[in-house]
Design a protein around this ligand. Structure first.
Ligand SMILES: *Cc1c(COP(=O)(O)O)cnc(C)c1O
Length: 230
């Protein structure tokens, strides 16, 4: 399966070239390999080829795979929709949860993290295109929610995450990435510490180049590394 290594190198090169061409430090851009629905063997190949962060969407599937591969074999990020009743597992298994989108969920993660004396790193997910089918906090609730999340003892807010609609032309996603940057500005203007807004998780296989140009610090890339999902 040398193609995984080839794909990974191509994505890394693309990130590097994009960062350089827009005057950004490539080290500020973290690649998250999205391995949902992909088998353990492929994930191991990717780790052997140098991938250090994996993103998973489904708790049950992720737990089985992480148990098989090793909790410490990579950093594990949860990027799927999280139900409060699964927060306990997310806290046990994941270094960063990208998809916190309500006060209720934040509160439950805080509670579960407290039980195992962990400070759980999280991102606040924004429903940037206001799609009914997508999770994420409403844009006009973002400032208030960020401020409230800062009050939880066992949560460490690191930034924002969004997932615009899919477009054949990635240029069409640009305005949504700009909007996420704008929301970060509003949150900072409301007095939230810059450390809590350091990360912007945005950009997928199809549009990560545009996302990096707009300031992404984390890109979540599945298909371009692991191939299409059936
Ligand atoms: C599946 C998924 C990705 C990766 O999508 P690709 O188009 O395969 O790169 C990124 N982010 C989230 C939230 C996802 O669910």
């Amino acid at each position: 399966m040398t193609w995984i290594k080839d794909n990974l190198m191509a994505v890394h090169k693309n990130i590097l070239d994009t960062a350089r061409s827009c005057g950004r430090n490539p080290e500020d851009i973290h690649l998250i390999g999205v391995s949902k629905k992909k088998p353990v063997q492929m994930i191991k190949q990717a780790i052997d080829a140098g991938l250090t962060i994996l993103g998973e969407n489904y708790i049950q599937e992720a737990m089985e795979k992480i148990d098989a591969i090793g909790r410490d074999a990579a950093a594990w990020h949860f990027i799927g929709h999280l139900q409060s009743n699964k927060a306990r597992f997310a806290v046990q298994y994941f270094d960063l949860i990208h998809t916190v989108d309500s006060f209720k969920l934040a509160k439950e993660i805080d509670k579960q993290a407290g039980k195992i004396q962990k400070c759980q790193k999280i991102l606040l997910q924004i429903n940037i295109a206001m799609e009914d089918t997508k999770s994420g906090a409403q844009k006009d609730a973002a400032v208030d929610l960020a401020k409230k999340i800062m009050g939880f003892e066992n949560l460490s807010l690191q930034g924002l995450m969004c997932m615009p609609p899919y477009f054949d032309d990635p240029e069409d996603a640009r305005s949504y990435f700009k909007q996420l940057v704008q929301i970060r500005e509003e949150i900072l203007a409301a007095g939230v510490h810059p450390n809590a807004m350091a990360q912007l998780s945005m950009g997928m296989s199809n549009d990560f180049v545009v996302a990096i140009q707009e300031g992404a610090t984390m890109v979540r890339v599945g298909t371009a590394i692991f191939g299409s999902r059936m």
